[in-house]
Design a protein around this ligand. Sequence first.
Ligand code: SF4
Length: 486
Amino acid sequence: MTGTFVGMPTFPSAARTALADTQLRHNLAHATGVIRGKRAAVVGEVENWEDLRLAGAAVKDRALRSLDSRLVELEESLTARGAVVHWARDADEANRIVVEVARAHAVDEVVKVKSMVTQEIGLNEALEAEGIAAWETDLAELIVQLGGDLPSHILVPAIHRNRAEIREIFRRRMGEVGRPAPDDLTDEPAVLAGAAREHLREKFLRAKLAVSGANFAVADSGTLVVVESEGNGRMCLTLPDVLVSIVGIEKVVPTWAELDPLIRLLPRSSTGERMNPYTSTWTGITPGDGPQEVHVVLLDNGRTRALADETGRQALRCIRCSACLNVCPVYERTGGHAYGSVYPGPIGAILNPLLKGTGDPQTDSLPYASSLCGACFEACPVRIDIPEVLVHLRAKVVDGHRDDRVPKPEALAFRGAAWAFADPGRLGRAERLSSVAGRVLRRRGKASLGRLPGPGGAWTDARDLPVPPAESFRDWWKRTDGGERE
Ligand code: SF4
Protein backbone atom coordinates (compact mmCIF):
# COMPACT_ATOMS: atom_id res chain seq x y z
CA MET A 1 0.00 0.00 0.00
CA THR A 2 2.92 2.35 0.66
CA GLY A 3 5.20 3.52 -2.14
CA THR A 4 8.81 2.49 -2.47
CA PHE A 5 12.05 4.42 -2.78
CA VAL A 6 13.55 1.77 -5.09
CA GLY A 7 14.59 3.26 -8.45
CA MET A 8 14.43 6.90 -7.34
CA PRO A 9 16.22 9.45 -9.56
CA THR A 10 19.39 11.24 -8.47
CA PHE A 11 19.01 14.18 -6.09
CA PRO A 12 19.43 17.01 -8.67
CA SER A 13 16.77 15.56 -10.92
CA ALA A 14 14.31 14.82 -8.07
CA ALA A 15 14.98 18.23 -6.53
CA ARG A 16 14.13 20.00 -9.80
CA THR A 17 10.69 18.36 -9.79
CA ALA A 18 10.15 19.20 -6.11
CA LEU A 19 11.16 22.84 -6.58
CA ALA A 20 8.44 23.27 -9.20
CA ASP A 21 5.77 22.27 -6.65
CA THR A 22 4.77 25.53 -4.97
CA GLN A 23 2.24 23.87 -2.66
CA LEU A 24 4.95 21.52 -1.38
CA ARG A 25 7.33 24.42 -0.75
CA HIS A 26 4.62 26.31 1.10
CA ASN A 27 3.79 23.28 3.30
CA LEU A 28 7.47 22.68 4.07
CA ALA A 29 8.37 26.27 4.81
CA HIS A 30 5.43 26.58 7.20
CA ALA A 31 6.01 23.26 9.01
CA THR A 32 9.81 23.51 9.37
CA GLY A 33 9.49 27.15 10.45
CA VAL A 34 7.07 26.23 13.26
CA ILE A 35 9.23 23.34 14.51
CA ARG A 36 12.41 25.46 14.28
CA GLY A 37 10.83 28.15 16.42
CA LYS A 38 9.65 25.67 19.08
CA ARG A 39 13.04 23.98 19.22
CA ALA A 40 14.94 27.26 19.52
CA ALA A 41 12.70 28.35 22.42
CA VAL A 42 13.11 25.19 24.52
CA VAL A 43 16.81 24.74 23.74
CA GLY A 44 17.39 28.35 24.78
CA GLU A 45 15.98 27.54 28.23
CA VAL A 46 18.75 25.05 29.00
CA GLU A 47 21.78 26.85 30.35
CA ASN A 48 24.20 23.98 29.87
CA TRP A 49 22.91 22.85 26.47
CA GLU A 50 26.44 22.58 25.08
CA ASP A 51 27.50 20.37 28.01
CA LEU A 52 24.45 18.21 27.41
CA ARG A 53 25.37 17.85 23.73
CA LEU A 54 28.90 16.82 24.70
CA ALA A 55 27.54 14.29 27.19
CA GLY A 56 25.14 12.82 24.62
CA ALA A 57 27.90 12.48 22.02
CA ALA A 58 30.22 10.88 24.61
CA VAL A 59 27.63 8.25 25.59
CA LYS A 60 27.08 7.23 21.97
CA ASP A 61 30.82 7.21 21.23
CA ARG A 62 31.49 5.03 24.26
CA ALA A 63 28.89 2.53 23.09
CA LEU A 64 30.20 2.53 19.52
CA ARG A 65 33.82 2.05 20.60
CA SER A 66 32.94 -1.22 22.34
CA LEU A 67 29.96 -2.20 20.21
CA ASP A 68 31.01 -5.85 19.90
CA SER A 69 30.99 -6.52 23.64
CA ARG A 70 27.98 -4.23 24.31
CA LEU A 71 25.87 -6.17 21.83
CA VAL A 72 26.76 -9.49 23.44
CA GLU A 73 25.92 -7.97 26.82
CA LEU A 74 22.58 -6.77 25.43
CA GLU A 75 21.82 -10.23 24.03
CA GLU A 76 22.59 -11.85 27.40
CA SER A 77 20.47 -9.35 29.32
CA LEU A 78 17.53 -9.77 26.94
CA THR A 79 17.74 -13.56 26.95
CA ALA A 80 17.94 -13.66 30.73
CA ARG A 81 14.67 -11.72 30.83
CA GLY A 82 12.80 -14.02 28.49
CA ALA A 83 13.25 -12.36 25.09
CA VAL A 84 14.36 -14.27 21.99
CA VAL A 85 17.29 -12.51 20.28
CA HIS A 86 17.89 -12.80 16.53
CA TRP A 87 20.78 -11.38 14.51
CA ALA A 88 20.17 -10.04 11.01
CA ARG A 89 22.96 -9.11 8.61
CA ASP A 90 20.66 -7.30 6.19
CA ALA A 91 17.10 -6.36 5.32
CA ASP A 92 16.22 -9.74 3.84
CA GLU A 93 17.29 -11.61 6.96
CA ALA A 94 15.40 -9.24 9.24
CA ASN A 95 12.22 -9.41 7.14
CA ARG A 96 12.40 -13.20 7.03
CA ILE A 97 12.55 -13.37 10.82
CA VAL A 98 9.41 -11.25 11.18
CA VAL A 99 7.56 -13.31 8.55
CA GLU A 100 8.52 -16.54 10.34
CA VAL A 101 7.25 -15.24 13.69
CA ALA A 102 4.01 -14.11 12.03
CA ARG A 103 3.58 -17.50 10.35
CA ALA A 104 4.26 -19.34 13.60
CA HIS A 105 1.27 -17.52 15.09
CA ALA A 106 -0.85 -17.81 11.93
CA VAL A 107 -1.54 -14.07 11.81
CA ASP A 108 -2.37 -12.19 8.63
CA GLU A 109 -1.99 -8.69 10.06
CA VAL A 110 0.35 -6.82 12.40
CA VAL A 111 0.18 -3.38 14.01
CA LYS A 112 3.28 -1.20 13.88
CA VAL A 113 4.88 1.39 16.08
CA LYS A 114 6.42 4.25 14.07
CA SER A 115 9.87 3.04 13.20
CA MET A 116 12.52 4.25 10.76
CA VAL A 117 14.36 0.95 10.70
CA THR A 118 11.35 -1.06 9.50
CA GLN A 119 11.00 1.43 6.64
CA GLU A 120 14.71 1.13 5.92
CA ILE A 121 14.35 -2.64 5.41
CA GLY A 122 11.03 -2.43 3.53
CA LEU A 123 9.22 -4.56 6.10
CA ASN A 124 5.68 -3.60 5.05
CA GLU A 125 6.33 -4.63 1.46
CA ALA A 126 7.99 -7.89 2.57
CA LEU A 127 5.00 -8.75 4.78
CA GLU A 128 2.54 -7.80 2.07
CA ALA A 129 4.31 -10.18 -0.33
CA GLU A 130 3.56 -12.95 2.19
CA GLY A 131 -0.10 -11.98 2.51
CA ILE A 132 0.35 -10.23 5.88
CA ALA A 133 -1.03 -6.70 6.25
CA ALA A 134 1.09 -4.23 8.27
CA TRP A 135 -0.94 -1.36 9.74
CA GLU A 136 0.90 1.84 10.60
CA THR A 137 -0.53 3.31 13.80
CA ASP A 138 1.36 6.59 14.08
CA LEU A 139 -0.96 9.30 12.73
CA ALA A 140 1.50 10.70 10.19
CA GLU A 141 2.57 7.23 9.07
CA LEU A 142 -1.10 6.29 8.70
CA ILE A 143 -1.60 9.30 6.42
CA VAL A 144 1.41 8.26 4.33
CA GLN A 145 0.25 4.64 4.17
CA LEU A 146 -3.38 5.43 3.26
CA GLY A 147 -2.17 7.91 0.65
CA GLY A 148 0.06 5.24 -1.00
CA ASP A 149 2.74 7.82 -0.41
CA LEU A 150 6.35 7.96 0.80
CA PRO A 151 7.55 9.50 4.07
CA SER A 152 9.39 12.80 3.60
CA HIS A 153 10.57 13.65 7.12
CA ILE A 154 11.94 11.56 9.98
CA LEU A 155 9.64 12.95 12.64
CA VAL A 156 6.71 14.21 10.56
CA PRO A 157 6.55 11.78 7.62
CA ALA A 158 3.50 13.54 6.12
CA ILE A 159 5.01 17.04 6.43
CA HIS A 160 4.40 17.55 2.71
CA ARG A 161 0.61 17.19 3.19
CA ASN A 162 -1.76 19.89 4.41
CA ARG A 163 -5.01 19.42 6.32
CA ALA A 164 -7.25 19.48 3.27
CA GLU A 165 -5.18 16.80 1.57
CA ILE A 166 -5.29 14.62 4.70
CA ARG A 167 -9.08 14.90 4.92
CA GLU A 168 -9.35 13.81 1.30
CA ILE A 169 -7.07 10.79 1.90
CA PHE A 170 -9.07 9.70 4.96
CA ARG A 171 -12.39 10.00 3.13
CA ARG A 172 -11.14 8.10 0.11
CA ARG A 173 -9.12 5.32 1.71
CA MET A 174 -10.13 4.52 5.29
CA GLY A 175 -13.25 2.56 4.30
CA GLU A 176 -11.22 0.32 1.98
CA VAL A 177 -9.03 -1.02 4.80
CA GLY A 178 -11.22 -0.78 7.89
CA ARG A 179 -13.54 1.63 9.65
CA PRO A 180 -14.46 4.44 7.23
CA ALA A 181 -14.05 8.12 8.01
CA PRO A 182 -17.26 9.77 9.31
CA ASP A 183 -19.43 11.50 6.70
CA ASP A 184 -19.05 14.88 8.41
CA LEU A 185 -15.22 14.73 8.47
CA THR A 186 -13.71 18.22 8.41
CA ASP A 187 -10.07 19.28 8.11
CA GLU A 188 -9.89 20.38 11.76
CA PRO A 189 -6.83 18.65 13.33
CA ALA A 190 -8.88 17.35 16.29
CA VAL A 191 -11.54 15.91 13.96
CA LEU A 192 -8.93 14.24 11.75
CA ALA A 193 -7.18 12.79 14.81
CA GLY A 194 -10.57 11.51 16.11
CA ALA A 195 -11.23 9.71 12.82
CA ALA A 196 -7.78 8.11 12.95
CA ARG A 197 -8.37 7.05 16.57
CA GLU A 198 -11.64 5.29 15.67
CA HIS A 199 -10.10 3.70 12.60
CA LEU A 200 -7.08 2.37 14.51
CA ARG A 201 -8.88 1.22 17.64
CA GLU A 202 -10.39 -1.88 16.05
CA LYS A 203 -6.95 -2.79 14.69
CA PHE A 204 -5.31 -2.44 18.12
CA LEU A 205 -7.95 -4.60 19.76
CA ARG A 206 -7.75 -7.30 17.10
CA ALA A 207 -3.98 -7.53 16.58
CA LYS A 208 -2.08 -10.54 17.93
CA LEU A 209 1.32 -9.34 16.82
CA ALA A 210 3.01 -5.94 16.95
CA VAL A 211 6.24 -4.74 15.36
CA SER A 212 8.36 -1.91 16.72
CA GLY A 213 11.79 -0.40 16.43
CA ALA A 214 13.58 1.09 19.43
CA ASN A 215 15.13 4.48 20.06
CA PHE A 216 17.58 3.00 22.54
CA ALA A 217 18.61 -0.46 23.78
CA VAL A 218 20.24 -0.51 27.20
CA ALA A 219 22.95 -3.18 27.30
CA ASP A 220 23.27 -3.74 31.06
CA SER A 221 19.56 -4.25 31.73
CA GLY A 222 18.26 -5.44 28.35
CA THR A 223 15.71 -2.61 28.29
CA LEU A 224 14.32 -1.30 25.02
CA VAL A 225 13.02 2.27 24.83
CA VAL A 226 10.49 3.78 22.43
CA VAL A 227 9.90 7.52 22.48
CA GLU A 228 6.70 8.81 20.85
CA SER A 229 4.09 11.53 21.08
CA GLU A 230 0.69 9.94 20.55
CA GLY A 231 0.40 6.84 22.73
CA ASN A 232 -0.35 4.64 19.73
CA GLY A 233 3.08 3.09 20.12
CA ARG A 234 2.29 2.16 23.69
CA MET A 235 -0.96 0.46 22.57
CA CYS A 236 1.12 -1.70 20.19
CA LEU A 237 3.71 -2.42 22.88
CA THR A 238 1.19 -3.55 25.48
CA LEU A 239 -1.97 -5.02 23.83
CA PRO A 240 -0.83 -7.80 21.43
CA ASP A 241 0.42 -11.20 22.67
CA VAL A 242 3.58 -11.12 20.58
CA LEU A 243 6.04 -8.28 20.00
CA VAL A 244 8.89 -8.19 17.49
CA SER A 245 11.32 -5.27 17.89
CA ILE A 246 13.82 -4.55 15.16
CA VAL A 247 16.78 -2.65 16.55
CA GLY A 248 19.70 -1.19 14.60
CA ILE A 249 22.91 -2.26 16.36
CA GLU A 250 23.92 1.39 16.83
CA LYS A 251 21.01 1.95 19.24
CA VAL A 252 22.92 0.42 22.13
CA VAL A 253 23.50 2.54 25.21
CA PRO A 254 25.84 0.97 27.80
CA THR A 255 23.89 1.63 31.00
CA TRP A 256 20.49 2.83 32.18
CA ALA A 257 22.13 5.90 33.77
CA GLU A 258 23.65 6.91 30.44
CA LEU A 259 20.20 7.23 28.87
CA ASP A 260 19.83 10.44 30.85
CA PRO A 261 21.43 13.00 28.49
CA LEU A 262 19.89 11.36 25.43
CA ILE A 263 16.38 11.37 26.85
CA ARG A 264 16.82 15.05 27.72
CA LEU A 265 18.29 16.02 24.33
CA LEU A 266 15.76 14.20 22.15
CA PRO A 267 12.39 15.88 22.83
CA ARG A 268 13.79 19.43 22.81
CA SER A 269 15.59 18.74 19.53
CA SER A 270 12.78 16.91 17.75
CA THR A 271 9.31 18.11 18.71
CA GLY A 272 10.46 21.19 20.59
CA GLU A 273 9.05 19.85 23.86
CA ARG A 274 10.66 19.91 27.30
CA MET A 275 9.68 16.35 28.00
CA ASN A 276 8.56 13.53 25.81
CA PRO A 277 4.82 12.66 26.12
CA TYR A 278 5.17 8.84 25.95
CA THR A 279 8.42 7.08 26.81
CA SER A 280 7.81 3.31 26.89
CA THR A 281 10.44 0.97 28.29
CA TRP A 282 10.25 -2.81 28.51
CA THR A 283 12.70 -5.47 29.57
CA GLY A 284 11.99 -8.89 28.08
CA ILE A 285 8.77 -10.43 29.38
CA THR A 286 6.74 -9.56 32.47
CA PRO A 287 4.44 -12.50 33.31
CA GLY A 288 0.78 -11.50 33.01
CA ASP A 289 1.57 -8.00 31.78
CA GLY A 290 2.02 -7.05 28.11
CA PRO A 291 3.28 -9.33 25.32
CA GLN A 292 4.20 -12.79 26.55
CA GLU A 293 6.48 -13.51 23.62
CA VAL A 294 9.11 -10.92 22.75
CA HIS A 295 11.56 -11.16 19.85
CA VAL A 296 14.41 -8.70 19.34
CA VAL A 297 16.10 -8.55 15.93
CA LEU A 298 19.54 -6.91 16.08
CA LEU A 299 20.12 -5.48 12.62
CA ASP A 300 23.37 -4.58 10.88
CA ASN A 301 22.31 -3.65 7.29
CA GLY A 302 25.43 -1.54 6.62
CA ARG A 303 26.07 -0.28 10.13
CA THR A 304 29.37 -2.14 10.52
CA ARG A 305 30.42 -0.67 7.17
CA ALA A 306 29.67 2.81 8.54
CA LEU A 307 31.50 1.99 11.76
CA ALA A 308 34.62 1.08 9.80
CA ASP A 309 34.73 4.59 8.30
CA GLU A 310 36.77 6.69 10.74
CA THR A 311 35.28 10.02 9.66
CA GLY A 312 31.80 8.74 8.91
CA ARG A 313 31.20 6.62 12.01
CA GLN A 314 30.00 9.66 13.98
CA ALA A 315 26.77 9.40 11.94
CA LEU A 316 25.90 6.33 14.03
CA ARG A 317 25.43 8.64 17.01
CA CYS A 318 22.24 9.91 15.36
CA ILE A 319 19.17 9.75 17.59
CA ARG A 320 16.80 10.57 14.68
CA CYS A 321 15.56 13.82 16.17
CA SER A 322 15.30 15.51 12.73
CA ALA A 323 16.63 18.88 13.96
CA CYS A 324 19.12 18.90 11.08
CA LEU A 325 16.28 18.58 8.55
CA ASN A 326 14.34 21.46 10.03
CA VAL A 327 17.26 23.91 9.80
CA CYS A 328 18.56 22.81 6.39
CA PRO A 329 17.95 25.36 3.60
CA VAL A 330 18.19 22.60 0.98
CA TYR A 331 15.67 20.31 2.72
CA GLU A 332 13.27 23.21 3.28
CA ARG A 333 13.10 23.81 -0.46
CA THR A 334 13.20 20.28 -1.88
CA GLY A 335 11.45 18.26 0.82
CA GLY A 336 12.33 14.69 1.74
CA HIS A 337 11.34 12.70 -1.34
CA ALA A 338 14.19 14.20 -3.38
CA TYR A 339 16.67 12.27 -1.21
CA GLY A 340 15.20 8.95 -2.41
CA SER A 341 15.40 7.34 1.03
CA VAL A 342 13.60 6.99 4.33
CA TYR A 343 16.50 9.04 5.72
CA PRO A 344 16.22 12.47 4.09
CA GLY A 345 17.89 15.82 4.80
CA PRO A 346 21.45 16.32 6.02
CA ILE A 347 21.58 13.07 8.01
CA GLY A 348 20.24 11.19 4.99
CA ALA A 349 22.88 12.78 2.77
CA ILE A 350 25.57 11.09 4.87
CA LEU A 351 23.83 8.04 6.33
CA ASN A 352 22.69 6.54 3.03
CA PRO A 353 26.18 6.49 1.43
CA LEU A 354 27.68 5.25 4.70
CA LEU A 355 25.20 2.38 5.05
CA LYS A 356 25.04 1.41 1.37
CA GLY A 357 28.53 2.42 0.25
CA THR A 358 29.29 4.77 -2.65
CA GLY A 359 29.19 3.78 -6.31
CA ASP A 360 25.49 4.04 -7.13
CA PRO A 361 24.55 7.31 -8.97
CA GLN A 362 21.58 8.04 -6.68
CA THR A 363 23.52 7.49 -3.45
CA ASP A 364 26.56 9.33 -4.84
CA SER A 365 24.46 12.42 -5.56
CA LEU A 366 23.46 12.83 -1.89
CA PRO A 367 26.69 14.24 -0.37
CA TYR A 368 26.33 17.13 -2.84
CA ALA A 369 22.81 17.96 -1.59
CA SER A 370 24.18 20.62 0.75
CA SER A 371 25.49 24.16 0.73
CA LEU A 372 27.84 23.21 3.63
CA CYS A 373 26.41 26.11 5.63
CA GLY A 374 26.91 24.16 8.88
CA ALA A 375 23.44 24.76 10.35
CA CYS A 376 22.95 21.00 10.73
CA PHE A 377 26.01 20.64 12.95
CA GLU A 378 24.89 23.56 15.12
CA ALA A 379 21.47 21.96 15.59
CA CYS A 380 22.57 18.36 16.10
CA PRO A 381 22.11 17.33 19.75
CA VAL A 382 24.87 14.71 19.52
CA ARG A 383 27.32 16.97 17.65
CA ILE A 384 27.58 15.03 14.40
CA ASP A 385 29.80 17.15 12.17
CA ILE A 386 27.68 16.56 9.08
CA PRO A 387 29.60 19.05 6.86
CA GLU A 388 32.86 17.25 7.65
CA VAL A 389 31.33 13.90 6.68
CA LEU A 390 29.76 15.39 3.53
CA VAL A 391 33.16 16.63 2.31
CA HIS A 392 34.73 13.28 3.20
CA LEU A 393 32.05 11.42 1.21
CA ARG A 394 32.39 13.78 -1.76
CA ALA A 395 36.08 12.83 -1.86
CA LYS A 396 35.10 9.15 -1.82
CA VAL A 397 32.67 9.68 -4.70
CA VAL A 398 35.39 11.47 -6.72
CA ASP A 399 37.94 8.75 -5.89
CA GLY A 400 35.48 6.15 -7.16
CA HIS A 401 35.63 7.75 -10.63
CA ARG A 402 39.42 8.15 -10.95
CA ASP A 403 39.74 5.11 -13.22
CA ASP A 404 36.70 5.88 -15.41
CA ARG A 405 37.46 5.27 -19.08
CA VAL A 406 35.45 8.37 -20.01
CA PRO A 407 36.29 11.06 -17.43
CA LYS A 408 33.63 13.51 -16.28
CA PRO A 409 33.86 17.11 -17.59
CA GLU A 410 34.67 18.28 -14.07
CA ALA A 411 37.59 15.83 -13.86
CA LEU A 412 38.87 17.03 -17.23
CA ALA A 413 38.68 20.66 -16.08
CA PHE A 414 40.67 19.88 -12.95
CA ARG A 415 43.24 17.86 -14.91
CA GLY A 416 43.69 20.88 -17.21
CA ALA A 417 44.08 23.17 -14.21
CA ALA A 418 46.62 20.79 -12.62
CA TRP A 419 48.60 20.73 -15.87
CA ALA A 420 48.70 24.54 -16.06
CA PHE A 421 49.51 25.05 -12.37
CA ALA A 422 52.33 22.47 -12.48
CA ASP A 423 54.60 24.75 -14.55
CA PRO A 424 55.13 28.51 -13.92
CA GLY A 425 55.74 29.20 -17.63
CA ARG A 426 52.51 27.41 -18.62
CA LEU A 427 50.57 29.23 -15.92
CA GLY A 428 51.97 32.60 -17.06
CA ARG A 429 50.95 31.94 -20.68
CA ALA A 430 47.45 30.85 -19.59
CA GLU A 431 47.10 34.01 -17.47
CA ARG A 432 48.22 36.28 -20.29
CA LEU A 433 45.74 34.61 -22.65
CA SER A 434 42.95 35.06 -20.15
CA SER A 435 43.93 38.75 -19.56
CA VAL A 436 43.73 39.45 -23.29
CA ALA A 437 40.28 37.79 -23.41
CA GLY A 438 39.26 39.83 -20.36
CA ARG A 439 40.33 43.13 -21.95
CA VAL A 440 38.46 42.38 -25.18
CA LEU A 441 35.28 41.39 -23.35
CA ARG A 442 35.39 44.43 -21.08
CA ARG A 443 35.81 46.70 -24.10
CA ARG A 444 32.62 45.15 -25.44
CA GLY A 445 30.90 46.07 -22.17
CA LYS A 446 30.60 42.54 -20.77
CA ALA A 447 30.81 41.97 -17.01
CA SER A 448 30.08 38.25 -17.05
CA LEU A 449 30.50 35.42 -19.51
CA GLY A 450 26.84 34.38 -19.63
CA ARG A 451 25.90 30.72 -20.07
CA LEU A 452 28.84 28.40 -20.71
CA PRO A 453 28.41 25.88 -23.53
CA GLY A 454 28.06 22.12 -22.92
CA PRO A 455 28.13 20.64 -19.41
CA GLY A 456 29.55 23.93 -18.04
CA GLY A 457 26.08 25.40 -18.69
CA ALA A 458 24.71 23.59 -15.61
CA TRP A 459 27.21 25.51 -13.46
CA THR A 460 26.43 28.95 -14.94
CA ASP A 461 22.66 28.35 -14.83
CA ALA A 462 22.75 29.33 -11.17
CA ARG A 463 25.87 31.56 -11.06
CA ASP A 464 27.43 34.51 -12.89
CA LEU A 465 30.92 33.79 -14.18
CA PRO A 466 32.74 37.15 -14.26
CA VAL A 467 34.99 37.97 -17.25
CA PRO A 468 38.69 37.38 -16.47
CA PRO A 469 40.58 40.37 -14.99
CA ALA A 470 42.43 42.58 -17.50
CA GLU A 471 45.62 42.07 -15.52
CA SER A 472 46.64 38.85 -13.81
CA PHE A 473 47.64 38.79 -10.13
CA ARG A 474 51.23 37.96 -10.98
CA ASP A 475 51.48 40.81 -13.54
CA TRP A 476 49.99 43.19 -10.97
CA TRP A 477 52.50 41.95 -8.36
CA LYS A 478 55.42 42.50 -10.77
CA ARG A 479 54.19 45.94 -11.84
CA THR A 480 53.58 47.23 -8.33
CA ASP A 481 56.25 45.31 -6.43
CA GLY A 482 53.61 43.52 -4.37
CA GLY A 483 51.47 46.65 -3.94
CA GLU A 484 54.36 48.92 -2.80
CA ARG A 485 54.19 51.15 -5.89
CA GLU A 486 50.39 51.12 -6.40
S1 SF4 B 1 22.04 13.97 12.62
FE1 SF4 B 1 21.77 14.97 14.59
S2 SF4 B 1 20.22 16.56 14.17
FE2 SF4 B 1 20.11 15.09 12.45
S3 SF4 B 1 18.54 13.62 13.02
FE3 SF4 B 1 20.49 12.78 13.73
S4 SF4 B 1 20.71 13.46 15.86
FE4 SF4 B 1 19.13 14.73 14.93
